[in-house]
Design a protein around this ligand. Structure first.
Ligand SMILES: CC(C)(COP(=O)(O)OP(=O)(O)OC[C@H]1O[C@@H](n2cnc3c(N)ncnc32)[C@H](O)[C@@H]1OP(=O)(O)O)[C@@H](O)C(=O)NCCC(=O)NCCS
Length: 203
């Protein structure tokens, strides 16, 4: 993906040198849906970074001030991307939550998916207990479209039986994004075709 610049952040592909920052938050993933990504040590983190560097849909969220990777986003590639539909997701190092960085990053990625990649619909799956993620979807202008009861399992109970999660789907259409309050206002004429290598998104 192209590099995206926002007020405080750089969104870019993963690259060599990111392992320690990735390990800092994937040594103990907080959301059940990311438990399978848990990394045992720095060596595993290096392998994961190499994998992510080849994945067009994986985006490192970096602080502009020092280049630190503080989390990641995904969106715009994957098996279920059809009918001009993309899924989106986020995972922030908890040390950096509550500062508006997730919103700043997700907003820029959504704008990129609609405006540059031309997706028609973007959705996110969120577990019913994950209030920060629901709040983020809502701030992005996404609509809660439904709840799938006992939709997916990420963990087992003590007897080895799967614990199923109730999963919400949030979504927003390109037409809604472009006319809504959350969309990033671009200079006149910049309406949506892939352009330069770097995009700057104001807030
Ligand atoms: C979900 C997740 C990305 C949300 O991160 P977050 O930091 O809470 O989200 P935001 O960037 O929207 O910031 C939230 C708060 O920062 C505060 N904040 C502080 N400074 C701010 C600023 N300059 N601008 C905006 N908000 C600011 C706001 O009060 C905001 O709270 P509000 O939503 O009540 O207004 C994060 O909790 C996370 O990574 N969780 C673990 C992984 C996960 O659950 N992923 C989703 C699986 S479905």
């Amino acid at each position: 993906m192209q590099i995206i610049e926002t007020e405080h952040l750089i969104l870019r592909p993963f690259r060599e040198g990111d392992a320690a920052d990735l390990f800092a938050y994937l040594r103990t993933p907080t959301a059940p849906c990311f438990l399978s990504l848990k990394l045992a040590d720095l060596a595993e983190a290096e392998i994961e970074v190499r994998k992510r560097a080849l994945d067009e849909g994986r985006v490192a969220i970096c602080l502009k001030q020092n280049g630190q990777v503080i989390g990641d986003l995904f969106g715009g590639t994957g098996e279920d991307e059809k009918d001009e539909t993309a899924s989106i997701g986020w995972n922030l190092n908890p040390q950096f939550s509550g500062q508006g960085y997730a919103f700043e990053a997700a907003r820029a990625l959504l704008d990129h998916l609609f405006r540059v990649k031309g997706f028609r619909r973007v959705y996110a799956y969120v577990e019913d207990h994950n209030k920060p993620s629901q709040r983020l979807c809502e701030k992005l202008g996404m609509r809660r479209e439904g709840v799938f009861i006992e939709f997916v399992s990420f963990t087992n109970d003590d007897e080895g039986n799967p614990i199923y999660e109730n999963t919400m789907q949030y979504a927003i259409l390109r037409s809604e994004w472009m006319s809504g309050a959350t969309a990033i206002r671009h200079p006149l004429g910049m309406t949506g075709v892939a352009g330069t290598e770097t995009s700057s998104y104001g807030v």
